[in-house]
Design a protein around this ligand. Structure first.
Ligand SMILES: [Zn+2]
Length: 98
């Protein structure tokens, strides 16, 4: 019984360590802001993320103004760096556009 308990505790500890490794890169203001916005929006707008298709928001099918289009193109390239993530939202429906 003791050895089984020790085994389980060891596995639990390993799992917690693994979880910490995965969560740490997301622990920054930009990512938290993103998750906060995402969670707030998901009850009202679904899907929360909308692809910009020929400058039209795929969520509401409205064409975004040129400045917004440029913003989307500029920030999409930073998507691989969670710490620098910037949210660009649709002017009409509020969805996160990418
Ligand atoms: Zn939209």
């Amino acid at each position: 019984m003791d050895s089984r308990l020790a085994d389980v505790e060891e596995r639990l500890e390993a799992a917690l360590e693994k979880r910490l490794e995965k969560v740490t890169p997301l622990d920054n203001p930009a990512t938290k802001r993103f998750l906060l916005y995402y969670n707030r929006l998901k009850g009202r707008r679904w899907p929360v993320l909308a692809k910009l298709d020929e400058n039209v928001c795929s969520g509401c099918h409205m064409e975004l103004p040129p400045a917004k289009q440029q913003e989307v193109h500029r920030y999409v390239s930073m998507a691989n760096e969670p710490a620098k993530m910037i949210i660009v939202t649709c002017d009409f429906c509020g969805r996160i556009v990418f």
